[in-house]
Design a binder for this molecule. Structure first.
Ligand code: NDP
Length: 460
């Protein structure tokens, strides 16, 4: 191992970068929620005239609700309750069981688990059950003298979430930290298969990157049941569906205060609803992504999935609640056009690769040319993947831009997503390029010669 440690290649700026990100991202999340409410970039404590005022205002943004213990407890209960609800429903709903990619154990690995893990796939059903639950409410017993005992449906109260988003975000951030700490400590149980990139020996860096590749509870665990996978569960369920629930909360709140839902609020709910639905409908596709096959499950993914996605990806809906630009019908149609264009590229490119990976003889892809690699897999060189190597990212980004456009041009705050997502996708494409270079060697060089563009055919 000593040799391996010497040659360990750090990402994200190494331990210092990891520590900075661990601290910085929660601060950004809480500030973004504040910016969406006030409508512009505003850091009030920098303008404070006295130390006392500065501490007071800073506490208001960074520790929302901290002076009200009951509120903190109620918000934390909602967040933990949501997580537990997701675990229980994922466990009891009917599921399809699929095998993941082949795992590569190091030669000295003490406990050889199966070569391919089995995943419980029922996120799509969970999504619809949750939406139905929000629409009709939860069952409760009511007794009246005339009709005896009856089951009635009580509406789910979204009040606390609508009015204390910042406190709920803070509770989620704390939950992420505790979960990541638990997963980091759990990775020291003998037999765990470690992720190459999260096993540097530096505790801060490994806590951030994720030490164990596929952490799971013991198979006989009564609460989680068989095949529960922490990473796959967190990637697609509490945070992603939570994002959609938050958007619905803001649409409902707008309706309660204005008496109508604006065109922009309607569109953002539909656009992002499609995005969430699409990810869950295509749940099986996640099993071959780098998040599942390569990255460990640590603070980076845990925070990203559970806190960053729901609380910052819903920023446009948060902004619209307070600062709806009242866009003209013509603008709304133009935004629908941009979104449809992005979705078309995103979905058809991803589906083409999935279909090809599953069965290269599938009639939808059998006419496409490919490069046979020495590793055994084939790389598409025509169709979407012959136009640009990351054309799916381009489609995804165009969709993201259309979300920001629903907020008009009065503020840069809702455009945070387009800016952040461009950085994420560029960084991710560099990481994937590096990993493919390692996997495919010369074949990857050859593929890059055949398909020289990364994002936009003929340009970049
Ligand atoms: P990709 O779907 O692009 O998958 C990359 C992998 O595909 C490569 O490692 C390689 O894996 C395989 N591959 C690359 N080129 C070819 C080719 N020409 N032919 C066949 N296989 C090829 O990346 P991601 O998993 O990062 O992203 C999936 C989707 O998720 C994207 O649309 C992205 O935009 C979206 N996404 C969204 C995020 C969000 O926060 N909203 C975050 C991250 C991603 P191998 O050789 O092992 O098959």
């Amino acid at each position: 191992m000593s040799d391996g440690k010497k040659s360990f290649e750090y990402e994200f700026g190494g331990p210092i970068g990891a520590l900075g990100t661990i601290i910085f991202l929660p601060l950004v999340t809480l500030h973004l929620i504040h910016f969406a409410e006030v409508g512009h970039i505003d850091i009030p404590y920098l303008k404070s005239t006295s130390e006392e005022e500065c501490t007071y205002v800073m506490k208001d943004i960074l520790c929302p609700g901290c002076s009200d213990r009951t509120l903190i407890i109620r918000c934390a209960s909602i967040i933990v309750g949501w997580f537990v609800y997701m675990v229980i429903t994922s466990r009891i709903l009917p599921a399809e069981f699929l095998q993941g990619s082949t795992l590569h154990y190091p030669p000295d690995h003490s406990k050889k688990s199966p070569d391919r893990l089995i995943y419980r796939i029922n996120g799509h059903l969970l999504f619809w059950c949750t939406m139905l639950g929000i629409a009709i409410g939860y069952p409760s017993l009511s007794s009246s003298s005339s009709n005896g005992v009856q089951i009635i449906f009580q509406p789910i109260s979204l009040h606390l979430l609508q009015n204390n988003l910042d406190t709920c975000a803070l509770s989620t951030i704390i939950l992420c930290f505790l979960l990541s700490l638990f997963l980091y400590l759990k990775s020291f149980i003998p037999g765990a298969l470690l992720a190459h990139g999260g096993n540097s020996g530096n505790p801060i860096y490994d806590f951030f990157m994720g030490r164990e590749l596929n952490p799971r509870p013991s198979p006989k665990n009564f609460f989680f049941g068989n095949y529960f996978d922490w990473k796959e569960f967190c990637e697609l369920r509490p945070g992603l569906i939570g994002w959609e629930v938050l958007n619905l909360c803001f649409a409902l709140k707008q309706y309660q205060s204005l008496g109508y839902i604006s065109g922009s609020m309607f569109l953002i709910n539909i656009f992002q609803g499609i995005y969430v639905w699409d990810a869950l409908y295509q749940e099986r596709a996640i099993l071959t992504t780098m998040d599942i096959t390569t990255d460990g499950f640590g603070y980076m993914l845990c925070f990203g999935d559970l806190a960053w996605v729901p609380f910052t990806y819903s920023l446009q809906a948060q902004y619209l609640l307070h600062h709806d630009p009242g866009l003209h019908l013509f603008s709304l149609f133009a935004i629908i056009g941009i979104h449809a264009f992005g979705y078309f590229i995103f979905r058809s490119a991803n589906s083409q690769k999935d279909a090809f990976r599953r069965d290269p003889n599938d009639p939808s892809v059998s006419n496409l040319s490919f490069l046979q690699t020495k590793r055994g897999t084939k790389l598409l060189t025509s169709g979407w993947w012959g136009r640009a190597r990351k054309i799916n990212y381009t489609g995804d980004w165009i969709m993201g831009l259309s979300w920001c456009l629903t907020c008009g041009f009065d503020s840069i705050v809702p455009y945070y997503y387009a800016i952040y997502f461009a950085i994420l996708l560029i960084h991710r494409s560099v990481r994937d390029d590096f990993m493919c270079q390692e996997k495919y060697g010369d074949d990857w060089e050859e593929y890059k010669k055949i398909v020289p563009y990364r994002f936009i055919p003929g340009i970049i």
